[in-house]
Design a protein around this ligand. Structure first.
Ligand code: G4P
Length: 288
């Protein structure tokens, strides 16, 4: 499979983030719980060095719970604070305030020693496009927290959302694009829809998802679409097309439509909670 890549305005976004990061104490990094490593941009470790770090496994509702826990452990071992979150429904949001204080306790202590009391922790949300940054900010800030930017006349400079007396959040999240050298990472990002479908062949992508599911989640396709999994991936896609009446010109099987249906079902959690990558795949390569 061949991926095309459009850098576009990425450089500008990164420059803005480098500027913003100077103003903050804590980086709140959202990753997709279904692929917590592939949905990161490795530059964040360099950009966020010397800052307190919190990783949120967002969309935890779409990933398998036992792997969410395993991934939380994986990142904790590396020194990050970690929370499993479902920003869409508010899951995990309540615990964030406490975790922020904990993650920033060294900074709070440093301030205290210098006689600076009650200076709020300043935080910034970062992550790849579509990982849920805006949804998370809304869930955390709630309706009660008006953005300063909403007030007429207050549009210049940085906009902070005051969460409470202890925490302020920069209202513009930092966008970093995922990085991938190998095809497997690109493929996983395409499964969750992080790489636009238009630059990939939908049918091929659907086929690859079938390959992954048959191997790592045997039985789920059979259960969902009443198809046989003991055949080649395109025969399986054909069966999905047949069983779901994906047809062109009334009779021919529409494989692309079937692939889109499958990808859509997967992305919306209708096939169940599916994790795409596992900590043990990374533990071996860490520290090289
Ligand atoms: P971004 O700012 O990082 O680009 O992401 P954004 O908040 O716009 O969220 C991208 C999509 O992910 C949205 O769906 C949003 O609802 C969904 N989302 C965010 N957090 C979660 C989560 O924890 N769980 C689940 N299941 N979904 C989440 P959308 O399809 O663009 O819109 P809609 O379906 O909400 O209408």
């Amino acid at each position: 499979m061949h991926f095309q890549w459009y850098p576009g305005h990425m450089t500008k976004a990164k420059r803005m983030m480098q500027e913003n990061i100077k103003l903050i104490d804590l980086v709140i990094e959202l990753v997709d719980a279904r692929l917590p490593v592939s949905s990161r941009n490795p530059d964040i470790d360099e950009l966020g060095k010397n800052k307190a770090r919190l990783i949120l496994l967002n969309k935890a509702d779409l990933a398998e719970e036992k792997w969410n826990d395993a991934w939380a452990e994986y990142f904790k071992k590396k020194g990050y604070s970690v929370v499993k979150v479902n920003s869409k429904r508010g899951g995990g949001i309540k615990s964030i305030q406490g975790v922020i204080q904990e993650a920033c306790k060294e900074k709070i202590e440093r301030d205290r020693k210098r006689g600076i009391l009650n200076r709020p922790v300043r935080a910034m949300v970062v992550g790849i496009p579509n990982v849920g940054k805006s949804t998370f900010i809304n869930a955390l800030a709630g309706k009660a927290c008006a953005k300063t930017g909403n007030k007429p006349g207050v549009t210049k400079g940085k906009q902070w959302i005051r969460l409470n007396k202890n925490v302020e959040l920069l209202d513009t999240p930092g966008i970093l694009w995922p990085k991938f050298e190998d095809q497997t990472v690109g493929l996983r990002l395409a499964f969750i829809g992080s790489i636009k479908d238009e630059i990939l062949n939908t049918e091929e992508l659907g086929g690859e998802l079938i390959r992954f599911l048959v191997q790592s989640y045997p039985g789920v396709l059979q259960e969902k679409y009443d198809v046989s999994e003991s055949q080649d991936i395109y025969a399986c896609l054909e069966e999905i097309a047949k069983n779901r009446h994906c047809l062109v010109r009334g009779s021919e099987l529409d494989m692309e439509k079937a692939a889109r249906l499958l990808l859509d079902d997967f992305r919306n959690g209708r096939i169940g909670r599916i994790t795409l990558e596992f900590p043990q795949d990374y533990e071996e390569t860490d520290g090289e």
